[in-house]
Design a protein around this ligand. Structure first.
Ligand code: SIN
Length: 290
């Protein structure tokens, strides 16, 4: 076990492990004693171990320039660039500004992203692995980021349902989601329809997890589009019950890192007329889910 893991109070364990339900795992784990800007290789290995164990980790009081955030993020793998290129950092395009703030009447960031339960880049052939979200300005009430544990949700299914869904495939379609507009042809060209398994095996931990995508773009295969979407809505409603959810209350300087192969997430509402909210997001590409 590295020193940093000891600081964070983790139990030692080897990878791959199939016993993540072990006592001590806590989604929404607060790591202490770590400055992300100055992380050496051993420090990064400890951070990734925490991520794989706890699926969502929180680092308080960080100060990350766009460059430092990109450098930290790319240690998890290649970076994805958002479909909303107009809100990405000019010098560091993988960094997306999420914000409801306007300057001279113009939005400085994407105000609408992430307001539904979803998994980052589930609509791509190669889906998201780690997402890093850094709080620059956050409201005092509301505006949490909520996470649902897809390992726990899978484990909680009865055996008959597990048998029914193991092997089931899901169409993830931005073409259908945005059939009435909202994305340009060039944006849609970046994400042709793709089919992924409904139950995936985490490539690093070996554990099974639900892989559901987003209510608006997910359609279980083997039935009509309407029934397939209704099926996915029921699955998402099941998997996002309070018993599977950690809701993060933001402080300025927080950095959240989550494992998209293990959780879904959503931004929660706040009074947008009263409060500003600005975050910097970077996301890494994992593989094709299996
Ligand atoms: C996201 O889904 O990427 C952003 C979540 C948030 O704004 O809380």
């Amino acid at each position: 076990m590295s020193d940093l893991a000891a600081v964070a109070g983790m139990a030692p364990r080897d990878f791959p492990f199939a016993d993540l339900s072990l006592a001590g795992r806590r989604m929404g784990f607060e790591a202490q004693g770590i400055t992300l800007e100055h992380l050496d290789d051993a420090g990064f290995a400890a951070v990734e171990e925490m991520l794989l164990t706890h699926s969502v980790i929180v680092f308080r009081n960080q100060a990350l320039s766009p460059e430092a955030q990109v450098r930290f993020s790319e240690r998890f793998g290649p970076l994805e660039v958002s479909l909303y290129r107009q809100f990405t950092n000019e010098s560091f395009p993988p960094l997306l500004v999420i914000s409801n703030v306007k300057k001279d009447g113009k939005p400085i960031g994407a105000a609408h992203v992430g307001k539904r339960w979803h998994t980052d880049f589930s609509f791509m052939e190669l889906c998201g692995y780690a997402t890093i979200l850094y709080g620059i300005e956050v409201p005092p009430v509301g505006a949490d980021t909520a996470f649902a544990d897809m390992y726990a949700a899978y484990d909680a299914l009865d055996d008959a349902t597990k048998r029914e869904i193991d092997g089931m495939q899901v169409l993830h379609s931005y073409r259908l989601r945005y059939k009435d507009g909202g994305l340009s042809a060039a944006q849609l060209d970046r994400c042709p329809d793709v089919v992924h398994p409904l139950v995936r095996t985490h490539p690093k931990t070996g554990r099974k997890a639900l892989f559901l995508g987003c209510v608006e773009s997910a359609f279980a295969q083997g039935m009509s589009l309407e029934d397939g979407n209704a099926f996915m809505r029921r699955m998402i409603a099941f998997a996002t019950q309070d018993r599977f959810v950690y809701s993060h209350k933001w402080r300025v300087g927080d950095v959240l890192v989550w494992d998209n192969a293990a959780v879904m997430h959503t931004a929660t509402p706040f009074d947008e007329a009263k409060y500003n909210r600005t975050l910097h997001r970077t996301s890494t590409i994992g593989g094709r889910p299996f």
